[in-house]
Design a protein around this ligand. Structure first.
Ligand code: MG
Length: 387
């Protein structure tokens, strides 16, 4: 089953409502997806998380080493790509390019064997997943607090039992929004906060101390991903569980995070950290450190479906007769690329999603929609975007 073609695409759309977080503003979605096609026409879709142009270049770089090779030997191909990047980019967006191709190879494998990816990973250990709603970004409105409360209540009404909000605007402002949302959603619904590494250790500790009373389920990326010591000290000095890892790559990055006692919850992004092949190794590593794994997930249904199969296969930590359903990230923010270009077999009902039993990832691309959103030229003046 030889690989005939590898076709990366950059898809792009303007947001109707731009939003911001501690590190910047989004007014456009721009994603690199890839189609890997075999000689018999079987194809799989993958996606990279990060700068779309860099990931597309990475895929072009790996392509000559993969065309003509057996698609079923995904670990052999993974090693080939890893060794072709090792001397120049031991972490970063070349790993996202590896991830995109790797995810597409798992999709292909599932289609060839007529099995869902979670079965190929070792079996559907968790047929039902209770995702948390990611949203609660900041928008340029006068009544931001009321808007955030309204959005959190919408997730509650939709059946989500947990939601994650952005922080990182400054401690007092963060507290204003956290307290308002907690008061509105009541004590039962889980609430996580995500600073996107906005704070120093001392600032993060001050925020953690001041919001412990709001029953925060985890504090995500409190400090810089380079500040392993800050992570370790914060975790030792707060009762709030600490989460992080969306900026880590490969098992080696997570080894640093775990051996330094930085996090309670490891958050590999499957489409950046090395694909499903490496994410499974990271899950095993985290299990050896007795840590939870909740993947960071962003982008189209390709990335979401990959995460669903991954979480569907995750071991319980530590496991007991009656376990809670595992969770994963489900981005609820505006994304036409997710909703129009990709079509998933996953249905989210009353805050619960079922791991799909369709072959492969259970996702496909609407080729007409792809045409509408595809970027035909990287020259800004000639970018074809949805207005
Ligand atoms: Mg995050």
């Amino acid at each position: 089953m030889k690989i005939a073609k590898i076709e990366p695409y950059i898809i792009v759309c303007k947001l109707e409502t731009p939003f911001y977080f501690s590190q910047g503003q989004y007014d456009t979605r721009r994603i690199c997806i890839v189609k890997v096609i075999l000689e018999d026409g079987t194809y799989g879709w993958g996606e990279g998380y990060g700068p779309a142009d860099v990931i597309k270049s990475g895929i072009e770089y790996f392509k000559p080493f993969l065309v003509g090779k057996d698609a079923l030997g995904h670990e052999i191909l993974w090693e080939e790509m890893y060794h072709k990047s090792l001397d120049y980019a031991r972490s970063g967006s070349l790993q996202a390019a590896i991830s995109a191709i790797d995810v597409a190879l798992w999709d292909i494998k599932g289609k060839l064997l007529q099995l869902p990816v979670s079965v190929l990973l070792g079996g559907i250990k968790n047929p039902l997943i209770q995702p948390y709603a990611t949203g609660l970004y900041f928008t340029r409105v006068d009544n931001l607090k009321e808007k955030l409360v309204e959005e959190a209540l919408l997730y509650k009404a939709q059946g989500f039992n947990a939601t994650k909000m952005k922080v990182g605007l400054g401690i007092e402002e963060d507290i204003k929004y956290i307290s308002a949302i907690r008061e509105a959603i009541g004590p039962e619904m889980k609430l996580m906060i995500d600073a996107n590494h906005a704070y120093s250790y001392r600032e993060a500790l001050e925020l953690a101390n001041k919001v412990e009373k709001y029953n925060i389920a985890w504090f995500e990326e409190p400090v810089s991903p380079e500040d392993y010591e800050g992570y370790r000290r914060l975790r030792a000095n707060t009762s709030i569980p600490i989460a992080g890892g969306e900026c880590e790559y490969l098992k080696y990055g997570f080894k640093r995070l775990l051996e330094n006692e930085c996090v309670d919850i490891a958050q590999p992004d499957i489409c950046a950290t090395g694909g499903l092949t490496e994410a499974k190794r990271i899950a095993t590593l985290a299990q050896a450190y007795s840590k939870d794994v909740v993947p960071h997930t962003w982008g189209t249904w390709i990335a979401i479906n990959a995460a669903v199969h991954f979480v569907g296969n995750l071991d319980k930590n530590p496991g007991r007769m009656h376990c809670d359903m595992p969770t994963m990230e489900l981005d609820r923010t505006e994304n036409a690329l997710r909703d129009e270009v990709t079509k998933s077999t996953i249905i989210v009902e009353k805050g619960i999603l079922q791991v799909p039993e369709t072959p492969g990832l259970g996702v496909d691309v609407d080729l007409d929609a792809l045409e509408n959103y595809i970027e035909i030229n990287t020259d800004e003046s000639n970018v074809k975007v949805r207005s």
